[in-house]
Write a protein that binds this ligand. Structure first.
Ligand code: PAF
Length: 284
């Protein structure tokens, strides 16, 4: 595995692969890789000749009071894991090269609508930061395909919309969430949880699963059921940001006839913001 930090050598190697007719899969990450990330890499390897992974903790997607400084950075450990999976190139750009004109002056990409709701309402500017860095990384790596976890479901929808709106020439794959044995969605931010909080954390997914079951068994009083989930989480000591039932494609509130839905939730457990989601099909 080759580690590249500058854009010029990345472009050179990219050109060689193109001449050789190789297909390129890309997995953008912020590092501190867990099995969820490694699963994205496995999927990428199964679909393309070459796999590029990037590690870049993107300052543009963190709010002023968020965890940019504290975000776990474990480069040596990450490198070993990627090497073992047979990744071709690890791209580790520096912020000064990515945002060479400064964060204030940076041109940005914003997907309206989708970026302002749900997580976007609680984290203003977050999805603009995500869309901008992903667009820039796509321009640098020029992959044929890119892989994102469904854990960040709204992020995945924002990126798909950006690719459609800007006529980008690549395929986006969403990969199902990897979970710990007790159901907690894998996340780099789980490291922030104290032992007590870690014990409580699986309750969010457990309640989402129960809600899904009730919806699939025919109950349609979504807002009453959502309120109950919020109360349960609250009683368990979580500070709920949102629990929402949305249409899977638009992330808007579903009309009566819609059958493909997603339940999305975010809550603070101590200082840690947990997010999760589960897809529901009412077709059965
Ligand atoms: O999901 C992430 O880790 C980040 O939001 C991403 C897509 C790598 C952009 O910085």
């Amino acid at each position: 595995m080759q580690q590249i930090s500058d854009i010029t050598p990345l472009r050179e190697i990219r050109r060689k692969w193109q001449i050789q007719g190789k297909t390129i899969a890309f997995v953008p990450t912020m590092g501190n890789l867990h099995d969820g990330h490694l699963n994205l890499v496995r999927q990428a390897k199964s679909k393309a000749d070459i796999v590029v992974v990037s590690i870049f903790v993107n300052p543009l997607q963190f709010g002023p009071d968020e965890d940019l400084e504290a975000y776990p950075r474990t480069l040596e450990q990450d490198k070993a894991a990627l090497q073992a999976l047979g990744v071709d190139v690890l791209f580790t750009p520096h912020a000064s090269a990515i945002y060479s004109r400064g964060l204030e002056k940076q041109t940005f990409v914003e997907v309206p609508g989708l970026s302002y709701m749900i997580c976007g309402a609680s984290r203003p500017g977050h999805f603009r930061g995500v869309a901008t860095i992903v667009c820039k990384l796509f321009n640098m790596v020029q992959p044929n395909m890119a892989f994102f976890g469904e854990k960040d479901f709204q992020q995945l929808q924002v990126i798909k919309a950006m690719v459609t709106d800007l006529s980008m020439n690549l395929t986006i794959y969403g990969v199902p969430t990897m979970r710990e044995s007790d159901g907690l969605a894998m996340s780099s931010r789980n490291h922030y949880l104290t032992a007590k909080e870690r014990e409580k954390a699986p309750i969010m997914y457990a309640r989402l699963c129960e809600l899904k079951q009730k919806m699939e068994s025919g109950r349609r009083d979504f807002s009453l059921m959502v309120d109950q989930v919020k109360r349960d989480l609250d009683e368990a000591g979580l500070k709920v940001d949102y629990v929402e039932v949305r249409s899977i494609d638009t992330l808007l509130s579903p009309g009566h006839e819609e059958t493909e839905l997603v339940i999305l939730a975010a809550a603070f457990l101590g200082k840690t913001r947990l997010i999760d989601n589960i897809q529901v099909s009412l077709k059965a």
